[in-house]
Design a protein around this ligand. Structure first.
Ligand SMILES: [Zn+2]
Length: 423
């Protein structure tokens, strides 16, 4: 027992030193081995083993709602929960069976992932606590001239082009060579879009437990740089149950979200826009494996006391399955922020919107919420009418008519959100 506690303490301490690398996100404790694995990845191809341990059987701790467990094949769980409270249970998995859990969740609930995966037990145990309260913020809308000048700069053709490029990778799985390559592609695209502006940096966030990196573009605020607005979406894709190195184009889930984040960046730079507060644009690794990329980043931000005033998550934005244009996730998000973004839609787009419930650990907004940051997720449709092709080889752009007519609405909303929030 004492050894266990010591091991937990050591892990916690190394976690602290990792987070201390913020904000340049470099020099992770396991940096060398992770680097080595990643450098070999492109030539090796296929599935990359978990770099943090000797084998792909390294343990992972999953937190999920107990009410969901009964709907899943009990064979997925190798043992009873290691800890629980009234609502949440923590299970130990090995990394290789996470894809199977994600597949089971998708089969049962038609969405993903519905759980958080953690590299350590003590990190998982945090999920048994109530998340910190989100501080009250006042959001205002008074930048009509700037927003209206920027809106026409968002172009559907660019969104189509980015979706095509990202969905051309065999998959963007967080443990495959093509998943690593796709992340580098995003980094390179955003570096081009930054156009060499000195107030813009592009960096990667290296994760301890898996090789795919998240990408972060920072547009530094000219007046209040410590106040941060985040716009992000996950870059990885999955074919659910089969996981691994199989065809998973993920055109809607979530090349569409990354394409919209990219178009917001491109349009802001083209328009010569400079924010008063800092805007960080993010492409998260490993969302489908339990929100692992965004959870690492949000935890690092919290540990550093970063002041994130608003976070917009874009996950599936190009399939118009419902009557209204946009549906807000109303659970595990910030109601004041949702209200404000609803008003942005009314003020600037003339689009219609509604709400939906998405459940525990539904997408990357949940990582920010659980670290005490206000988040919002505008989504493509109602839950019942969302894209039925996701998490399969069928998630291709032709299911959206080969276009980005729906996604461009989210790009315009993203522009309005950036300018009004970072003023
Ligand atoms: Zn997704």
């Amino acid at each position: 027992m004492r050894t266990l506690i010591l091991a937990l303490l050591l892990t916690a301490v190394s976690g602290l030193s990792r987070a201390a690398a913020f904000p340049d996100f470099d020099g992770t404790g396991a940096g060398l081995s992770v680097r080595a694995v990643i450098e070999q990845a492109a030539s090796a191809g296929g599935l990359i083993p978990e770099p943090s341990a000797a084998s792909a059987g390294s343990p992972v701790w999953v937190s999920m709602e107990k009410s969901a467990v009964g709907a899943l094949d009990s064979a997925v769980f190798k043992s009873a929960p290691v800890a629980q409270n009234k609502r949440i249970a923590i299970y130990e998995f090995d990394a290789a069976t996470l894809d199977r859990l994600a597949g089971e969740m998708h089969k049962a609930f038609g969405r993903g992932p519905g759980f958080f995966a953690h590299d350590s037990l003590e990190s998982a145990l945090e999920d048994l606590k109530e998340p910190p309260a989100v501080p009250a913020r006042s959001y205002t809308i008074d930048q009509a001239d700037r927003v209206k000048a920027l809106l026409p700069l968002a172009e559907e053709g660019n969104i189509v082009s980015v979706i095509k490029s990202l969905s051309a990778f065999k998959n963007r799985n967080y443990r495959t060579a093509t998943g690593i390559d796709a992340s580098r592609w995003v980094r390179d695209l955003w570096t081009r879009y930054a156009g060499g502006r000195p107030d813009i940096t592009v960096e990667t966030f290296k994760h301890q437990a898996f090789p795919q990196e998240s990408v972060i573009l920072t547009m530094r605020g000219a007046a209040e740089p410590d106040k941060i607005v985040v716009i992000g979406g996950h870059e990885d894709s999955t074919a659910g149950y089969w996981g691994g190195d199989v065809s998973a184009p993920g055109a809607d889930d979530n090349a569409s979200g990354v394409a919209v984040v990219s178009e917001v960046i491109r349009a802001l730079v083209k328009g010569g826009y400079r924010p008063a507060r800092t805007i960080k644009f993010m492409a998260y690794a490993a969302e489908e494996a339990g929100l692992r990329g965004s959870a690492d980043i949000a935890a690092a931000f919290k540990q550093q006391g970063a002041d994130v005033e608003a976070m917009m998550n874009l996950d599936m934005v190009n399939y118009k399955g419902s009557e209204k244009d946009i549906y807000f996730v109303s659970d595990n998000t910030s109601q004041p922020l949702n209200d404000y973004v609803g008003k942005l839609i009314d003020s600037y787009t003339g689009l219609t919107w509604g709400t939906l419930k998405c459940g525990y650990g539904c997408s990357d907004h949940a990582s920010w919420t659980k670290n005490g940051y206000p988040s919002t997720t505008p989504f493509e449709s109602s839950m019942e009418q969302m894209n039925p092709y996701i998490h399969k080889a069928d998630d291709t752009l032709d299911k959206s008519g080969g276009r980005a007519e729906h996604a461009i609405k989210f790009a315009r909303l993203g522009l309005a959100f950036a300018v009004e929030s970072a003023k």
